[in-house]
Design a protein around this ligand. Structure first.
Ligand SMILES: C[S@@+](CC[C@H](N)C(=O)[O-])C[C@H]1O[C@@H](n2cnc3c(N)ncnc32)[C@H](O)[C@@H]1O
Length: 222
């Protein structure tokens, strides 16, 4: 097992051979986005997101990092009553996301165009669920806004937090990735050390965290 792989290839192959939790209506879109090698969430990340959406039935969802809208559409399909706000800054992705939301008549999805670092301070909570899946080096910048926007008992799910195992090993594969590895390490320490949240780190997919904002925040942290 190399640095780039969080679970061994045999387990990975087996898990991916099992029936998928992706709704039938989105299987064709999933084939398209994976064939085009777009940076959408892995099958394992999508399944976890689907299970958490189904179990919590969030009324308001915030997604940071839309890409072409695949994960937003999965959440929409699982929770059709939810209002989903999703943020994307790259014009090519924005155009494709709009087309996909129209293709699936996803009226409850609002796409915010621009940099999340600029848009987030203008949003109002509370959100019941936040899916953080944008530029990994910006996670520490997004964290205070995510905590502010989460309602009591709200859930923050972050993807790619172990960056192909490079965060644990402390060994980035390129010089450029040193910054990302450092910032994800900082993010994980801040997330796990924040008394307003209760957080677990899961070594699935590319590393994911699930945090819940505590209703009873210790007084000095409130
Ligand atoms: C991993 S992809 C999102 C995949 C999507 N959640 C899915 O599974 O279908 C990350 C996306 O976040 C966008 N992004 C990265 N940093 C951003 C930022 N600061 N503000 C807005 N979008 C950002 C990228 O352009 C990219 O399309």
């Amino acid at each position: 097992m190399g640095l780039d792989c969080l679970i061994d290839p045999v387990t990975d192959r087996y898990l991916r051979s099992l029936p998928s939790a992706v709704p039938e209506s989105l299987r064709e879109l999933e084939r398209e986005v994976r064939q085009a090698e777009l940076p959408v969430s892995s099958p394992e990340a999508i399944e976890l997101l689907a299970v958490l959406c189904a179990s919590r039935a969030p009324r308001r969802i915030l997604e940071i990092g839309t890409c072409v809208g695949f994960s937003a559409l999965v959440m929409h399909e699982i929770c059709p009553e939810s209002q989903i706000d999703t943020l994307e800054r790259y014009p090519v992705m924005i155009a494709d996301a709009k087309a996909n939301f129209a293709r699936f008549s996803a009226e409850n999805i609002t796409l915010y165009e621009g940099d999340a670092a600029v848009i987030l301070p203008h949003l109002s909570g509370p959100y019941d669920l936040i899916y953080l899946d944008a530029a990994k080096g910006q996670y520490p910048v997004f964290l205070p806004e995510c905590i502010r926007l989460l309602g009591d008992d709200g859930m923050l799910i972050s993807d790619n937090v172990l960056f192909r195992g490079q965060v644990c090993a402390g060994k980035p594969d390129t010089h450029r990735n040193q910054t990302i590895v450092n910032r994800l390490d900082e993010y994980l320490h801040r997330l796990k050390g924040d008394d307003r949240l209760i957080t677990t780190v899961l070594p699935i997919s590319d590393g994911m965290t699930i945090s819940v904002k505590r209703r009873n925040v210790p007084r000095e942290k409130a």
